[in-house]
Ligand binder design. Structure first.
Ligand code: SAM
Length: 237
């Protein structure tokens, strides 16, 4: 049987260790050297992170809550979570991404002298299929775009198996309009389109969750000009 992620996964790992790392570090950063499209994606992504923080803190304070941030990128979510006192495991398939996330966390999370400051997240280089253990909450933002629907079901089931209370996922929604946009994008691929992007129908994600006994409790949507993300919070049914 083909490994989850298959050959796509090696391409994704290679991309996010090289050109993809340079591109996304810039988008997720704060420097001015971004073009209009990158600026727009930066804004959309930061709104997704804000929405996730709101979803999480809605249910009560995060102090001492264990969170697994699967596919953590440069730490855009792991760091604010740690600032709220969550105990975070942040992992990513890309060693370059993990190194950057760790560097930023060390810069931003200076523990105070009484030792009551944020807990430094634990950072690990591993693909999310290799994650194990149990966490109150598992979060996986903007990673499903690298999974075709045939692999997405297994990925969602695995993440749900790690979560005790809730699972938060974001993905690019497959609606007619976005599917069309993507097709146009494929007809005119730009130089930075090194990996394939997969859109997902919300109904398919919902079905994958139902199969393993989970249901969607909250939904959110972030759209800017070039960034679209459906956000869902799932809980055991
Ligand atoms: N979640 C982060 C955020 O929202 O800021 C990063 C999103 S970025 C678009 C996608 C990330 O997923 C990259 O850092 C990439 O290396 C990671 N990734 C892709 N496939 C993965 C896999 N199978 N296991 C773990 N990480 C993966």
């Amino acid at each position: 049987a083909e490994e989850v992620g298959g050959g796509d996964k090696e391409v994704v790992r290679e991309y996010f260790n090289n050109s993809g790392f340079q591109r996304w570090k810039k988008i997720y950063g704060e420097t001015d050297d971004v073009n209009k499209v990158q600026q727009d994606i930066r804004l959309g992504h930061s709104k997704t992170v804000e929405n996730v923080m709101a979803m999480l803190t809605d249910e009560g304070p995060l102090k001492g809550v264990t969170v697994c941030d699967a596919g953590c990128g440069t730490g855009s979510l792991a760091i604010p979570l740690a600032k709220e006192g969550a105990i975070v495991l942040a992992s990513d398939i890309s060693a370059a991404m993990v190194a950057e996330a760790k560097k930023q966390a060390e810069e931003q999370l200076l523990t105070d002298s009484e030792g009551v400051g944020p807990v430094m997240p634990k950072f690990e280089v591993k693909d999310l299929e290799s994650l194990n253990g149990k966490y109150d909450t598992v979060v996986c933002l903007d990673v499903l775009i690298h999974y075709p629907q045939s692999k997405a079901d297994g990925m969602i089931a695995h993440l749900a198996s790690l979560a005790e209370k809730r699972l938060i996922l974001s993905f690019a929604p497959k609606t007619f309009y976005y599917a069309l946009l993507k097709r146009v994008g494929e007809l005119f691929p730009g130089p930075s389109k090194a990996t394939r992007a997969y859109l997902h129908a919300e109904a398919d994600v919902e079905r994958a969750l139902q199969k393993v006994g989970w249901k969607i409790r909250k939904r959110g949507l972030t759209t800017t000009q070039f960034y679209f993300a459906r956000l869902i919070e799932a809980v055991p049914a």
